[in-house]
Design a protein around this ligand. Structure first.
Ligand code: HEM
Length: 490
């Protein structure tokens, strides 16, 4: 029957396949793979593209309409994850639900995160987000931008996940940075040959060209440390009754003592480390893109600050209560997520049954790559997509226009795999954007010849669309805020 269907319906269009290797050489190996995938759509005049390499079937979805049709509406068969040797096996992330197939463990781990971070409701985290963001305001003028942002993200996630205080969270930063680096690099399709030729995993570490095995071991050690240590500490605190409420502590307190406790702990542990793996570099990337966008678009910055000054009065910091009165700030948040999508190919899904879509045969086991970048650069949805223009999200009265698609509909992924941290991510991003703009003017750092330092351009292969490192100045906008932040520094 399968043979009949696959003969009756063609695969989606794509580059011609060579014998045996198929499209191996068409699978992009460069940094910005989403641009090459978008180009395939233009070349083959189709928003759904097929690549086949060494027996693997890859389907690229280059429009929001098709992504919604397949990943949202048919999510029961489009919600697994491809297994990867480098990330899943050698680095060990395969035990964590973000990279698991859609099995019972995935379900159990995801349920814990959904309970701790309910979608559409980030209110419980607001006081913590305000406090942590004020620390960020203190750090920005004095430390490297990326260092400040990583500290901010680590502190807020370790607080939400384990109930750690700032100093405790900071102590884990070096381990966490290496552990999450492994996710964004090893998780990128095509980054390591061992994923295409699994037999390479048997090479000994010392073998020429087997450096990937040494790297995988280092990453695995850090992942394991990051999984075990903060969990152990939280468990001790729960036992002593001193734990602050967090994802891990609440789940530990709710364990069913008639069931296998060790198994339940393993589930909580993995769900907790998924929060760090999924939430740190993504949030950092979003905020780094925002700072860069403000540097490049001073007119937008001025307009946003004008709105803040009108609503809050100069010298005051925003709270979540003012969110509805600050539509231009919300528009800046949306435009940043659109203009520089954090995860431009999201995280690939896997199809678990044969499927037919618009007359094309999509084979079971296909890796499904949603090209979020293409969706957010659609000329129909966002005219002149290459312009950074927050006003595109506003109506004639300056309010958020519900007719313009919110980039959050694709930037956090799709269907049953949609990012479970999206509420806390959006809340933390919004408050950081509003607070930074209230407090500082973001200005170019004069370079050696009086020129602003421009970022370099090659980002390297990564699941994330990271802006290369750049420098700028955070110039305080009011004496009152400077004083407030220095008086409240810990
Ligand atoms: C701007 C910030 C963020 C962006 C852009 C983002 C984006 C994404 C995307 C695109 C996916 C893949 C969805 C799919 O497969 O269709 C994802 C999954 C995930 N995200 Fe986020 N994320 C962000 C922040 C966070 C935060 C703060 C957390 C946790 C606190 C988090 C935890 C996760 C987890 C655990 C998954 C895996 C879900 C699964 O496989 O079932 N993310 N995220």
């Amino acid at each position: 029957y399968r043979k009949t269907i696959s003969h009756q319906y063609p695969l989606p269009p794509g580059p011609k396949k060579l014998p045996i290797v198929g499209n191996l050489f068409d699978v992009p190996k460069s940094g910005r793979v989403w641009l090459e995938y978008a180009e395939l759509s233009r070349r083959y005049k189709s928003d759904i593209i097929h690549l086949g390499a060494l027996g693997n079937s890859i389907v690229i979805l280059n429009s929001a309409r098709i992504a919604n049709e397949l990943l949202d509406k048919r999510s029961s068969i489009y919600s697994s994850r491809p297994f990867t040797v480098m990330l899943g096996e050698l680095t060990g992330w395969g035990s964590v639900f973000a990279f698991r197939p859609n099995d019972d463990l995935w379900k159990a781990q995801r349920k814990i995160m959904n309970q701790a971070m309910p979608s559409g409701d980030s209110q419980r985290f607001h006081p913590m987000l305000i406090r942590v963001t004020q620390d960020l305001l203190r750090d920005l003028p004095h430390f490297d931008i990326l260092e400040s942002l990583h500290t901010w993200a680590a502190v807020l996630i370790m607080d939400a996940t384990y109930g750690f205080n700032t100093e405790e969270a900071k102590a884990y930063l070096p381990t966490a940075r290496v552990a999450t680096e492994s996710v964004v690099i090893a998780g990128t399709p095509g980054a390591f040959y061992v994923d295409q030729f699994p037999i390479l995993k048997y090479l000994p570490e010392w073998f020429p060209g087997a450096g990937f095995k040494r790297k995988a071991r280092e990453w695995s050690d850090m992942r394991s440390k990051m999984t075990e240590e903060p969990f152990r500490l939280t468990k001790e605190r729960v036992a002593m009754g001193t734990a602050r409420p967090s994802l891990a502590s609440i789940a530990l307190e709710q364990m069913d003592h008639d069931q296998d406790l060790v198994k339940q702990e393993e589930v909580i542990k993995a769900s907790s480390v998924a929060a760090y793996g999924g939430g740190s570099d993504t949030t950092v990337t979003a905020l780094q893109s925002f700072i860069w966008a403000m540097l490049m678009n001073p007119d937008v910055q001025t307009k946003a600050q004008h709105e803040l000054d009108q609503v809050l009065g100069v010298g005051n910091l925003p709270s979540f209560n003012e969110e509805a009165s600050l539509p231009y700030i919300t528009a800046v948040v949306r435009e940043t997520l659109r203009f520089n999508p954090v995860a431009p190919i999201a995280v690939p899904h896997q199809l678990t049954e044969d499927d037919i879509y618009e007359g094309f045969f999509l084979p079971k086991g296909s890796v499904i790559v949603p090209n979020v970048w293409s969706m957010l650069y659609s000329v129909e949805d966002y005219p002149q997509p290459h312009l950074f223009n927050p006003s595109r999200f506003l109506d004639a009265n300056g309010n958020i226009n519900p007719k313009i698609k919110d980039p959050a509909a694709s930037t956090f992924g799709f269907g049953r795999r949609i990012c479970p941290g999206r509420s806390i991510a959006l809340a933390s991003f919004w408050i950081a954007v509003a607070s930074i703009l209230s407090c500082y003017s973001i200005e170019p750092e004069p370079g050696e010849h009086g020129e602003p330092n421009k970022p370099q351009t090659d980002p390297g292969l990564s699941l994330l669309n990271q802006v290369p490192p750049f420098k700028c100045r955070f110039v305080p906008r009011s004496k009152e805020l400077e004083l407030f932040l220095s008086l409240n520094s810990s």
